[in-house]
Design a binder for this molecule. Structure first.
Ligand SMILES: C[C@H](O)[C@H](O)[C@@H](O)C(=O)CO
Ligand SMILES: [Mn+2]
Length: 441
C-alpha cells in the first residue's frame, strides 16, 4: 500500500480515485451503447435538491423545552447514543451529514424546532423564533422548507387537532397553521425558491366512528381558514399530506387520501404523498402520473413502511426506484419536490440521513440513466418481450461506477467511505453527548 493509500485507509477511505475514474469511463461506454447520455444525466442530477428532514437528528423531539413525549401516532424506537439535544448540535450534525451527500440540498424544519428562549405556545410562534435557522441556512447555502407541528401537544392528546369538535381547540390549531405560513413565507423570502409548508394532522379514531362526515367537514373548514390569506407563491406553497392509519387512529383518519386529493385539487394546493402512508400493497409510484394531471405540484415524503411503521430509513428498494423512475419518466422534476421522512433511533442518526439521502439520489441517478425512450418505443410497438428484456438487462448496468464518479466530482466520499467518517464523528462528537434514551423498541 503506498503512503497516500495508507493515509486514506487510516481514516476509513478505501476507494482509489484513479480506479473510480477508470470504472467510470467503462461505465459511461456501457450506458452510451444503449443510447443513454451520461453527461446529460449528471447535469440534471446536480440541479436536484432533496429536502432533508431535520427530525431524524433528534427523534422528532424538537426544542420546545418541555421534553413531552412524542405522540399522535408517531413513535421512534431505539436508544442509540448521540441524539441532538439543541439547535447547535442539530446544526452541527446536519452540516456533517450534508458533507457526506453529493449536491446541495434543502432542510425541512418542523415548527417544534424553533429557538424558544422562553416557552411559546404553538399558536404564538413567529419568524423571530426561526431567525437563527434562516441565518444559518443562508450561511450554509441551504434552502428551507417548513411544517406546522400538529402532534406532541396537550391540545392533541385526544387525537384531534384541526378537526376537533371543540371550537376553541380548533381555533388554537388554526392559529398555529396561520403562524406557520407566515414563518414559511419569511423563509421563502430569504431564499431563491418557495418554502414548501406541509400540513399533516394526525386526527382520527382508534375504533369505528359513528360520524365520518363531521370531522372531515371541520377539517376542510379549518384548512380554509388557515389558507384564507393568499401569500406570494414565490415565497411559500402550502402542501397537504394524507395518511391511511396511525397508531391510535387505526379505524379512521380524517385526512385520508381521497380527502386531501379532493382538497388539493379544489384549492390548488401541493399534494404530499408519503410512501409509508398507504396500504402495504399500495404504492405511491403508481399514483404520481395520475395526481400530476390534477394538482399543480407534488411533494414526496420518501419513506419506507415496514408493517406498523411508516418511517423506516429509506433503502434501495424496488419501490424507491419506481418512485424516481416515475418522476423522471413523467418529466416532473420541476413540479415534484422530493422530501424525506424517516426516523430511526436504533442506529447512528447521521448515518441514517446519509443512507436514506444517498439512496434517494442513487435511485434518481438510476432513473436518469434509464433508456426511457427505447423502452417506451418498444412498448408503443407492442414489443413487450423487448421491453421486459431491456428493463431487466439495464438493472445490472454499472450504476455504482457512475455514482462513485458523481460523488468524487462533488467532493464527497464514494462507495461506503462515508461510514468511516461517521464513525469518527461518533467517536469525536456524538459519543460525548448524554445517553438520553427514547422508547426502546
Ligand atoms: C414528522 C412528520 O411531519 C410526520 O412524519 C408526517 O410527515 C408523517 O408522515 C406522519 O406520519
Ligand atoms: Mn410524512
Amino acid at each position: 500500500m503506498d503512503k497516500a493509500a495508507a493515509l486514506r485507509s487510516n481514516i476509513g477511505i478505501t476507494m482509489d480515485p484513479g480506479k473510480i475514474d477508470k470504472a467510470y469511463e467503462l461505465a459511461k461506454e456501457a450506458y452510451q451503447e444503449i443510447g443513454v447520455d451520461v453527461d446529460a444525466a449528471l447535469k440534471q442530477m446536480r440541479n436536484v435538491q432533496i429536502s432533508v428532514h431535520c427530525w431524524q437528528g433528534d427523534d422528532v423531539m424538537g426544542f420546545e423545552g418541555d421534553s413531552g413525549a412524542l405522540g399522535n401516532g408517531l413513535a421512534v424506537t431505539g436508544n442509540y447514543p448521540g441524539r441532538a439535544r439543541n439547535i447547535d448540535e442539530l446544526q452541527s450534525d446536519l452540516e456533517f451529514a450534508y458533507s457526506l451527500i453529493p449536491g446541495r440540498h434543502r432542510l425541512n424544519l418542523h415548527a417544534l424546532y424553533g429557538d424558544f428562549p422562553t416557552p411559546v405556545d404553538r399558536d404564538e410562534i413567529g419568524v423571530e423564533h426561526f431567525r437563527g435557522w434562516i441565518d444559518w441556512a443562508r450561511g450554509q447555502q441551504i434552502q428551507l422548507d417548513f411544517n406546522p407541528s400538529y402532534f406532541s401537544h396537550p391540545h392533541a392528546t385526544d387525537g384531534f387537532t384541526l378537526s376537533h369538535a371543540d371550537a376553541g381547540i380548533r381555533q388554537f390549531w388554526i392559529d398555529h397553521g396561520i403562524a406557520s405560513r407566515k414563518i414559511a413565507a419569511a423563509m421563502g423570502e430569504a431564499q431563491d425558491t418557495p418554502c414548501i409548508n406541509n400540513f399533516w394532522v394526525p386526527d382520527g379514531y382508534k375504533d369505528t366512528p359513528a360520524d365520518r362526515k363531521a370531522p372531515r367537514e371541520r377539517l376542510a373548514a379549518a384548512l380554509d381558514s388557515i389558507f384564507a390569506t393568499d401569500l406570494p407563491a414565490e415565497h411559500t406553497l402550502d402542501a397537504v399530506e394524507c395518511k391511511l392509519f396511525g397508531i391510535g387512529s387505526e379505524s379512521y383518519v380524517v385526512g385520508s387520501h381521497e380527502f386531501y386529493m379532493g382538497y388539493a385539487i379544489s384549492r390548488n394546493k401541493v399534494l404530499c404523498l408519503d410512501a409509508g402512508h398507504f396500504h402495504p400493497t399500495e404504492v405511491i409510484s403508481d399514483k404520481i402520473s395520475s395526481v400530476m394531471m390534477y394538482v399543480p405540484e407534488l411533494l414526496l415524503h420518501v419513506s419506507r413502511g415496514v408493517r406498523w411503521d411508516s418511517d423506516h430509513v429509506v433503502t434501495y428498494t424496488d419501490e424507491l426506484q419506481s418512485i424516481l423512475q416515475e418522476v423522471v419518466r413523467g418529466d416532473y422534476l420541476n413540479r415534484v419536490h422530493i422530501g424525506l421522512d424517516f426516523f430511526d433511533a436504533s442506529i447512528n442518526r447521521v448515518a441514517a440521513w446519509a443512507i436514506g439521502t444517498r439512496n434517494t439520489l442513487k435511485a434518481l441517478l438510476a432513473a436518469l440513466l434509464e433508456p426511457t425512450q427505447q423502452l417506451q418505443q418498444l412498448e408503443l410497438e407492442g414489443d413487450y418481450t423487448g421491453r421486459l428484456a431491456l428493463l431487466e438487462e439495464q438493472k445490472t448496468l454499472p450504476l455504482g461506477a457512475v455514482w462513485n464518479h458523481y460523488c468524487q466530482q462533488a467532493g464527497v466520499p464514494a462507495g461506503a467511505d462515508w461510514l468511516g467518517l461517521v464513525r469518527q464523528y461518533e467517536n469525536d462528537v456524538l459519543s460525548h453527548r448524554d445517553r438520553n434514551p427514547t422508547l426502546v423498541g
